[in-house]
Structure formats: structure tokens, C-alpha cells
Design a binder for this molecule. Structure first.
Ligand code: F6P
Length: 499
């Protein structure tokens, strides 16, 4: 499965070497992310089309796949298997350019610097970030490899959209190697305040890396503000409104990087269509029946990550059972915790703690017939997720810090009957858009318990009023709007703001 072969002049890589790949296909639109938008799959597995790959779930792929097929586009990313070289190939109409990662790269760049340094640092240091020079060296090296792949495959003047915290050095590397490119970057996770970002020994290099972009997108305007304050504080950059005037060695302005919020969303059409399908509605009914038709089903759906506030949620729920405000039989909590980053120490510890707590709650409150917590350490296809959303009366999103939280948006979208209630952490980006959710601070366990009980006892009239308003917000702002808005802003002519 090779990508299309087209003529291409010899180019320089971001590291300055000739690519030596004179026949590589080139593209005028490129997306770059740590992972390619496909996963390996075995014959007969869900999503198998006989190619050995299936499209990954998630809004980003849905938003960008049509652009890949309509325009002359390609996606650059890791294919998920360490030490394996995969040549460029096409899947579902998308041209894919795989980047190879060795076992060491996975350990140092991905599990190490990306997920044990940056991830906790950018999420309010909920877990302590670790700073290791070997991890940083690997992060730089792997970022350069991604940049090289883009340089090899980008047409003159191409638009390149780099995604997320694993690749923050790529914009600067691209600008140096290929000043002809239009470079966008989107940070899917929060950007911390300068007081926390200050801890990073390589803070200047990260800011400088991001400032290689023409447009740096964030989930919340507070993230964009944090970034601009860091640019001013750590690089002495001149910041005007949403613009950072980036200076070269001689002090002249080389370009203007803009920083702005573009809250990401979901594929509204897909979720709505599934929510209206008779077999999914029937599956939701079946789920309720299998749980003994309790009056209230509460639902949590998260990657098993310490940022998601699963421990706080369980604590609040256990106290409500203990105080008999909720009783097993009348209420059940379904907690889907999909496996994630399982080789990173903090994730292992979290799993032990969550599973210990669930065992304790169930041991104390279960009856022969009914369970307090139905805990599922699995990932499910979107069809099953929508059935769960339809089955659940109350959705609990209790993140301690979250860039956006698309589960909240999926739940609201699936509630086509304008019923159900969403308890939502004010520390999730989605709180900026879903103002009619029951917003709360998950550190305040009494406040969280109150919000859960308000959701459980909410009148159908109030639920409908809130849900209608939230649904309107999401229906008007789906993931296609997000990508179109970003790309429109990226390609806009920028007028320098000197005010
Ligand atoms: O939220 C950031 C993110 O990178 C998402 O884009 C992704 O779905 C999730 O974290 C899991 O990432 P991974 O399994 O690649 O570490």
C-alpha cells in the first residue's frame, strides 16, 4: 500500500540534510499528529475493511478526513508499532505518511517527556511532573523526525497543521527549513499559567517552538492568555492583543504569530444518527434492563487518567450511598474507564486505586441482585457509547483539569429527547460552552454531591430547558465548524496590531 507517486524536486529536511527521496509524493495540505488517524485491526474485528487498518474514532479524524480526500492532503504520524517501518499508504481516501518510533523513542519521547513531563505540568500538576534531560533530548529528536517528514512531502506554499503537545517544537523547525509554508498549531490540552509553566527547564525552547507557527490555537481563551503571558515572560516577546511579534536574531520582526481559542467539538451528525437508530435505542433499553431497571443510572466515561477526577466522583458517590441519599437498586453508577498509557507509573497507581475503591464500594453496598458500580475497563465502539448515553439519566464529568472533554458534548448530542442531566466540572474546557450544565468544582465533595442530587431529582421541565440550550450550542458548533474556523483564520491576511 504505497502513497501516490508524483514528481518532486529534491528538498532539504528540517535537519538540513538532503532528503534523498526525490520521488516522494508532495501535498498542499498536511496534518501532523503523534498518532496516524488509523489503528491496526485483526480480520473480523470491529471496523475491519480487509486492509488491516481501521479509522480511529474521534472528532479530529472525522473533521479532517473530508479535507484530506477533497484537497491534495496527507496525514503524518506514528502508526503505533514500535521499531516497525511502514511505507506511506492510503486508507479510506486519506494519504498517510508513517513516522517510525523505536522502543526507546516510545519510552523517552512518548511515555516520558510527553506523558510524564508535559501532561502533568499542563494539567495543574495534579501528578508531579518529572524532568529528565534524556527525555527532552528524545523529544527534540523525534519532533525533528516529524518535521523532516513534512518537509519531504510538503508542496511549495503548503498549509501544515500540527496537532498537540507531543509536537510543540515542530512549527519552529518547519519555519526554519521551509519559510514558504503556512503553519498552524492546535493544542488539544490546557496550556498552564506561567507560574506553573516556569518549572519546565526547557520553557524557552517550547515557547520558541510554538512561535514558529502563524496561528497557535487553544481550547479556551484562558489557555491562549496563559501562552501569551509565557511568551512575554520567558522570551521577552512583544504581545499585542492576540498577536505575538516574533523577532529574529537581529531584533527585526520575522513574522506575527497569533494565539486564539478555537474550542473543539464532535461529529454531531454521526452521534445524532446513531441516537435515532432503533437498534441503538433497543440496546439502551437492554442495558437498563440488565442492570435491573434502576430509577437512576449515573454514567462516567473516561480514559483511565488522573486528570479525570474519577476518585473524586467515587468518593462523592460512596458518601451519597452511605448517607442513603442514593440506594443500590434505585441507583447504579456505570463507570467506563478505557485503558490508557498503562506503562506510565502514575497511570498504574491510579488503576490500582480506582479498582480498589470500586471493590470496596461494591463489597459494602452491593446486594445479590444489584450493583453499586458497574466498572468496565474497556474501550467501546461509538455505537455502544451512544447506547450508554441513551441509557444514562445523569452524566458525570468531574475532571480536575481537561482541555475540552468531548464525552460531555457527545452525551448532550445523544439526548435527542431533551432529557437527562449533565454534571460538569468547571475545570473542563466544555464548561465555557455548556453553561446550562450543573457546573461544579470536583474538589468540593459536598458541592459535587449536591450537584449529583440536583441532577437525580431534576424536574423534566428544568432538564428539558437546560438540555435544549446545550444541544443548540453544540448543534451550531460541530467539529466541521472548528476545523473550518481554524483554517480560515490560518489563511487570513494578518494586519499588524501596534495598539
Ligand atoms: O487529549 C489529548 C490526547 O492526545 C488525545 O488527542 C488522545 O485521544 C488522548 O490524549 C490519548 O492519547 P494517547 O493514547 O495517544 O496518549
Amino acid at each position: 500500500m504505497q502513497g501516490p507517486e508524483r514528481d518532486k524536486p529534491e528538498t532539504k529536511t528540517a535537519s538540513g540534510a538532503a532528503s534523498g527521496d526525490g520521488s516522494a509524493a508532495t501535498y498542499d495540505f498536511m496534518v501532523v499528529s503523534n498518532r496516524l488517524p488509523v489503528d491496526r485491526c485483526a480480520p473480523g474485528e470491529h471496523g475491519d475493511d480487509g486492509s488491516g487498518w481501521r479509522r480511529s474514532p474521534g472528532g479530529l479524524v472525522t473533521a479532517l478526513a473530508p479535507m484530506m480526500t477533497k484537497t491534495d492532503g496527507a496525514w503524518v504520524g506514528w502508526h503505533g508499532a514500535p521499531d516497525e517501518t511502514v511505507t506511506p499508504f492510503s486508507h479510506g481516501g486519506m494519504d498517510l505518511v508513517p513516522v517510525q518510533l523505536s522502543t526507546d523513542d516510545v519510552e523517552l519521547y512518548y511515555e516520558g517527556f510527553s506523558n510524564a513531563t508535559l501532561w502533568p505540568l499542563y494539567h495543574d500538576v495534579i501528578a508531579p511532573p518529572e524532568f529528565h534531560r534524556t527525555w527532552w533530548d528524545s523529544y527534540r529528536k523525534v519532533n525533528r523526525r516529524f518535521a523532516d517528514a513534512v518537509v519531504r512531502h510538503a508542496d511549495h506554499g503548503a498549509t501544515v497543521w500540527v496537532q498537540d503537545y507531543q509536537l510543540q517544537l515542530v512549527p519552529r523547525m518547519l519555519r526554519e527549513a521551509r519559510p514558504d509554508l503556512r503553519i498552524g498549531f492546535f493544542n488539544h490540552i490546557p496550556f498552564p499559567p506561567p507560574e506553573i509553566f516556569a518549572q519546565l527547564p526547557w520553557r524557552q525552547a517550547i515557547i520558541d517552538g510554538l512561535l514558529g507557527a502563524d496561528l497557535v490555537g487553544f481550547q479556551r481563551s484562558s489557555d491562549a492568555g496563559n501562552f501569551m503571558r509565557s511568551a512575554r515572560r520567558f522570551l521577552g516577546a512583544s504581545v499585542k492583543q492576540q498577536q505575538v511579534h516574533v523577532k529574529g536574531q537581529n531584533g527585526d520582526i520575522t513574522h506575527i504569530a497569533r494565539a486564539q481559542a478555537f474550542p473543539i467539538s464532535i461529529d454531531v451528525r454521526q452521534v445524532t444518527e446513531l441516537a435515532n437508530k432503533p437498534e441503538i435505542i433497543e440496546r439502551a433499553r437492554q442495558i437498563r434492563q440488565d442492570l435491573g431497571n434502576p430509577k437512576t443510572i449515573l454514567l462516567g466515561v473516561d480514559r483511565l487518567d488522573y486528570t479525570k477526577g474519577i476518585r473524586h466522583r467515587l468518593k462523592a458517590y460512596e458518601e451519597l450511598l452511605n448517607e442513603q441519599k442514593l440506594t443500590v437498586g434505585d441507583a447504579t453508577l456505570i463507570q467506563v474507564a478505557s485503558p490508557s498509557r498503562e506503562r506510565v507509573e502514575q497511570y498504574r497507581l491510579l488503576r490500582e486505586e480506582v479498582e480498589g475503591t470500586v471493590g470496596h464500594i461494591n463489597g459494602t453496598y452491593d446486594t445479590i441482585e444489584n450493583t453499586a458500580v458497574r466498572y468496565l475497563h474497556h474501550s467501546y465502539p461509538i455505537e455502544e457509547m451512544v447506547a450508554l448515553y441513551l441509557a444514562a439519566d445523569v452524566m458525570l464529568v468531574t475532571a480536575l483539569r481537561d482541555g475540552m472533554n468531548l464525552v460531555a458534548k457527545e452525551y448532550v448530542t445523544a439526548r435527542t429527547g431533551n432529557d437527562g442531566a449533565l454534571v460538569l466540572s468547571e475545570f473542563a474546557g466544555a464548561a465555557d460552552q455548556l453553561k446550562q450544565a450543573l457546573l461544579m468544582n470536583p474538589h468540593d465533595i459536598d458541592g459535587l454531591k449536591d450537584a449529583v442530587m440536583r441532577a437525580v431529582n431534576m424536574s423534566p421541565k428544568e432538564a428539558a430547558r437546560r438540555m435544549r440550550s446545550m444541544r443548540k450550542q453544540i448543534l451550531d458548533h460541530d467539529v466541521d465548524h472548528w476545523s473550518a474556523d481554524f483554517l480560515h483564520a490560518l489563511n487570513e491576511k494578518v494586519v499588524r496590531d501596534d495598539s
